[in-house]
Design a protein around this ligand. Structure first.
Ligand SMILES: Nc1nc2c(c(=O)[nH]1)N[C@H]1C(S)=C(S)[C@@H](COP(=O)(O)OP(=O)(O)OC[C@H]3O[C@@H](n4cnc5c(=O)[nH]c(N)nc54)[C@H](O)[C@@H]3O)O[C@H]1N2
Ligand SMILES: Nc1nc2c(c(=O)[nH]1)N[C@H]1C(S)=C(S)[C@@H](COP(=O)(O)OP(=O)(O)OC[C@H]3O[C@@H](n4cnc5c(=O)[nH]c(N)nc54)[C@H](O)[C@@H]3O)O[C@H]1N2
Ligand code: SF4
Ligand SMILES: [Mo]
Length: 892
């Protein structure tokens, strides 16, 4: 055990951020109170010391509140032995009675490679079932399939450095400013430093689009037509690299033929994509004349009925120009989760086997021999959507869910949740005691070690493997996921093959499999890491693959000189046939697009704990264009009921200037745990790309209508809340020293019911104006704010922003009176929402700096510190600067 003198700071642990696929290095220093302070690792090649708002707030997410700390079976706390016995029994029974098709495991790109490897090995090698799929099906599978079609393997050819040495960056369906913030800052640095041009292709005017030189707000789903048009243009402009095409590719003529049919020129392309011809022409010209181009893409491409075709339409343009695998150029799939790539490496998808091998007979035999596997799965298993439909039909009897929340994140999420209740044996490995998936009826609940406690590796978007190292002891009975898998494997009679004593042993086996009978035939080879001893593994520095035995290179790229992983070694250009957007449906005239916001991660089980992260956008909302809002009678700040053929949600309305007409956008983050009625996944149709099986989460037909509540407001409390009466709308928001609740309902909530922990000696200061439906109360205990309740006909943003940080603090009588009487924070305290989450700078402070003469973002940063850490708020600051400038120029 490490014992430190009280005034001696423990040495920081170098680990990796558990959120996005950028894979930033983090230095974590435990505070010996169960938490830790975090800083960016200056030596990590992903971030060189930077962190975004989410990474910077990791220390606020380590509290044990809500953690699942003990195994449970049928609602009762049990010892691990009993829980593992029960899981093994459930799977054995399904196998013996119904065979390997009746079992499944649903994994996650947030597991470590070692967890993932163990799960895949057990199911595919020892239980004979390829029903092993993952949330990466909803995330990266179209990119995987596109890569395999074009390259013969799931290879990301480039590196992050290319983003800094490119002259043109094209972002397609990627809101990198919010979703890959540190990488986006590296792109902006290239723009500032070498004048790199940035083009953003996204139907919405996102924070990413705001910083771009050119934004193409194409009609959703039409990317394949845009890139078909680009290919035709490149040919017409004489920009094809004839030598590269001749030496290293197949299918060029057919691909060009189809492209010319679909989108012969800029005009036809503009029409197919709903864009201005001049914008399309400008993009084509820029792409044609710039040699160093990187095209980055993410969910606007992948999560689509034509996701794989979109990917191949993009890859075609890079292959045809030979702009691949060389410094500053290439296609670049931005992976979402911290270990989306590691999951692909171990074969976490139902249509992959392991180590980038498929289900061809030779690979099946090779893996069987390597594992000495008694019961190999010989064919692909069910992909996520089909897997949950099979569960719903009662065909799958036993399911293990690990590190993902499918009852919230799958399309048609209400149906997925209901399907889970049909299982005979439903095991969930979780960090949290209550999630929409756990409460969907999990019989066996296994407490998993969380970030900070887990030990293993992850692979980021540029194929770089980094260590996640523990710096906290697992609390309660929490254990690593790979260990739970190995324990169940032993109970099913496979002790020898799962006898690992340390996580490093799992990694070595995985690395050895990647090199087994490889000899350059497969892209994924980390044979150089197969013999690391425990010390080397512990000290492993970030390393990019391929890393075959006998050498690790510092930087790696693929395909500059061909060498594709197809049978003939040539890349395939795919003749893509762009599909027109389906016509609008009368009952559901809008297209519901879903995605992410800057400061929350998925279903909020971790970021939802951070007060800092809750201050940017605290409520579930619906973004709608000005014209559509007017047509539907929706007011900014009001409420809307959104419905689809599958479900409904009630969301706060945000009328947005940059929103496309006919489309709605809602964030995916709120669940049954955090809001009354905002399970957006419930609305999403379960249609998927026919090749990848990846669902289209960006274009569900939907309808929208206004909802009126008599009153709305918020409550804060140091000791939690009682229920709201009636049909209330609510959302929880993390605040310092307690809990926050935003709500709307038909009658003002009763103080004593909502705040059941009030005590007789509490001092309550209140104000009521029944004629305006207003009631405001502040509760003080021992001179500090214990709770408060604000109710009115309209939103009370200003007191919320002020008071959310004041629980447990004294407040002067004068200020509380002015708050209660006027509903306004006095003395310049009404600062609006936090714009800069890293330094805690509210909107008001930035406005003051601008009106005080700060003319650009750098000056605002110097005056307020806003935007000087992760930079993800810079677009918002620039927008405020532009707004101020426009107001100055406007005639009086
Ligand atoms: N803050 C934050 N960051 C995250 C995550 C998070 O939860 N929060 N999650 C991580 C994960 S797992 C992922 S997968 C990534 C996702 O990262 P992104 O893909 O960047 O994020 P999304 O918001 O899902 O979608 C990106 C954009 O696609 C656009 N889009 C929709 N339809 C189309 C279309 O037809 N064509 C084009 N060109 N664009 C379209 C949307 O308007 C949206 O702005 O983010 C990762 N990073
Ligand atoms: N409508 C719509 N739906 C979407 C998307 C969209 O854009 N629109 N995006 C899709 C995409 S790209 C993704 S990646 C998914 C994400 O969706 P999910 O994977 O369902 O979301 P998370 O909240 O990340 O769920 C991770 C869960 O695992 C737990 N957990 C975290 N670490 C560990 C661990 O080490 N071990 C274990 N056992 N548990 C752990 C967390 O507490 C949490 O409950 O959503 C998909 N669904
Ligand atoms: S960009 Fe942010 S969320 Fe992504 S890895 Fe880095 S710190 Fe974590
Ligand atoms: Mo994702």
């Amino acid at each position: 055990m490490n014992v430190h003198a009280p005034n001696q700071t423990p040495a920081p642990t170098a680990t990796t951020c558990p959120y996005c696929g950028v894979g930033c290095g983090v230095l974590a220093t435990p505070d010996r109170l169960g938490g830790a302070t975090v800083a960016g690792d200056p030596d990590h090649p992903s971030n060189f010391g930077r962190l975004c708002s989410k990474g910077s707030a990791l220390g606020e997410t380590l509290a044990l509140e809500g953690r699942l700390l003990h195994p449970e079976v049928a609602g009762r706390r049990v010892a691990w032995e009993a829980a593992l016995d029960a899981a093994a029994k459930g799977f054995r029974k399904a196998l013996e009675t119904h065979g390997p098709r009746s079992i499944a495991i649903y994994l996650s790109g947030q597991l470590l490679t070692e967890d993932y490897y163990a799960a895949n090995k057990l199911f595919k090698g020892f239980l004979g079932s390829a029903n092993v799929d993952t949330n990466s099906r909803l995330c990266m599978s179209s990119s995987v399939a596109g890569h395999k079609r074009a390259f013969g393997a799931d290879t990301v050819p480039g590196t992050y450095r290319d983003l800094e040495t490119a002259d043109l960056l094209v972002l397609v369906g990627s809101n990198a400013a919010w979703c890959h913030p540190v990488l986006y800052q590296r792109m902006l640095a290239a723009k500032a430093g070498r004048g790199t041009k940035i083009v953003v292709i996204d139907p919405r005017r996102t924070a990413t689009a705001e910083e771009a030189d050119l934004h193409l707000p194409l009609a959703g789903g039409t990317d394949a037509a845009l890139f078909a048009g680009l290919l035709a243009y490149l040919a017409a402009a004489g920009r094809i690299d004839e030598a590269y095409v001749a030496a290293h590719t197949n299918g060029f003529d057919a691909a060009l033929g189809k492209a010319r049919e679909a989108a012969p020129d800029a005009g036809a392309t503009a029409e197919a994509c709903g864009l201005a011809k001049a914008d399309v022409a400008a993009f084509f010209d820029l792409f044609a004349k710039t040699e160093r181009v990187v095209t980055l893409y993410s969910q606007g491409v992948n999560q689509s009925l034509a996701g794989v075709d979109k990917v191949n339409a993009i890859l075609n343009c890079h292959l045809a120009t030979g702009r691949i695998g060389r410094e500053g150029m290439g296609p670049f799939s931005l992976t979402g989760q911290p270990n989306a790539m590691g999951g692909r490496e171990v074969g976490g998808l139902a249509n992959q086997l392991a180590a980038h091998m498929g289900f061809d007979a030779e690979s099946v035999d090779r893996v069987r021999r390597f594992w000495s596997a008694p019961r190999m799965a010989k064919a692909e298993g069910l992909k996520a959507v089909d897997m949950f439909e099979a569960i719903g039909r009662g065909e799958i009897k036993a399911l293990w869910v690990m590190g993902t929340n499918p009852a919230a994140s799958l399309p048609r999420a209400d149906e997925a949740r209901a399907a889970l209740a049909k299982l005979d044996c439903f095991v969930v490995s979780e960090n949290m005691a209550s999630t929409d998936t756990v409460t969907a009826g999990a019989h066996i609940r296994l407490p998993a070690a969380a970030w900070g406690e887990k030990d293993g590796t992850v692979t980021n978007s540029e194929r770089r493997i980094s260590r996640q190292r523990p710096f906290l002891a697992p609390p309660g009975q929490a254990r690593p996921d790979w260990w739970a898998i190995a324990q169940v494997a032993r109970r099913l009679g496979h002790g020898e093959a799962f006898a690992w004593r340390t996580v490093g042993e799992v990694f070595r086996e995985h690395a050895a499999l990647s090199a087994f009978e490889n000899d350059g035939a497969r892209d994924f080879d980390i044979g150089a890491l197969a013999d690391l001893d425990t010390r080397d593994y512990d000290r492993l520095q970030p390393v990019q693959w391929p890393a075959p035995r006998g050498g690790v290179r510092r930087e790696t790229r693929f395909f500059a000189k061909g060498g594709f992983f197809t049978a003939d070694g040539r890349a395939r250009l795919v003749a893509v046939e762009p599909q027109p957007a389906p016509p609008a449906e009368t009952a559901y005239p809008y297209r519901l697009n879903t995605g992410r916001i800057r400061d929350q991660w998925h279903t909020m089980t971790r970021t939802g704990k951070s007060p800092r992260l809750a201050s940017h956008l605290p409520e579930p909302f619906l973004e709608i264009s000005v014209g559509d809002a007017a047509r539907e009678g929706l007011l900014d700040g009001g409420f809307a009921r959104v419905t689809s053929a599958h479900g409904a949600a009630t969301l706060r309305v945000r009328v947005a200037e940059g929103a496309p007409s006919g489309a709605l956008f809602a964030p995916i983050h709120w669940t049954g745990e955090t809001a009354s009625d905002a399970r957006v996944g419930a609305l999403v149709h379960a249609l998927y790309d026919p090749i990848s099986g990846q669902p289209d989460a960006k274009a569900t037909p939907a309808a929208v209508a206004p909802v009126a509540f008599a009153v709305q407001g918020f409550a804060l409390s140091r000791s939690g809340f009682g229920p709201l009466q009636g049909d209330a709308w609510w959302a929880k928001a993390a605040v310092p020293n307690g809990a926050g609740l935003l709500f709307a309902c038909d009658a003002a909530p009763d103080l004593e019911t909502l705040l059941p922990a009030l005590e007789p000696e509490d001092e309550i200061v209140s104000f009521a104006d029944p004629s305006r439906g207003a009631f405001r109360a502040a509760v003080f205990r021992d001179g500090v704010l214990e709770a408060c309740l604000f109710v009115g006909a309209r939103r009370s943003e200003s007191p919320w922003t002020y008071l959310r940080g004041k629980l447990g603090e004294p407040i002067s009588e004068g200020r509380i009176r002015s708050l209660l009487l006027a509903g306004r924070a006095s003395e310049g305290a009404a600062q609006g929402p936090l714009v800069c989450a890293c330094h805690g700078v509210p909107k008001g402070e930035i406005e003051t700096a601008i009106s005080g003469g700060c003319a650009d973002a750098a000056a605002v940063g110097a005056a307020t510190k806003a935007g000087t850490n992760c930079g993800s708020c810079l677009p918002e600051i620039r927008r405020m600067l532009a707004g101020a400038r426009a107001a100055e120029l406007a005639p009086a």
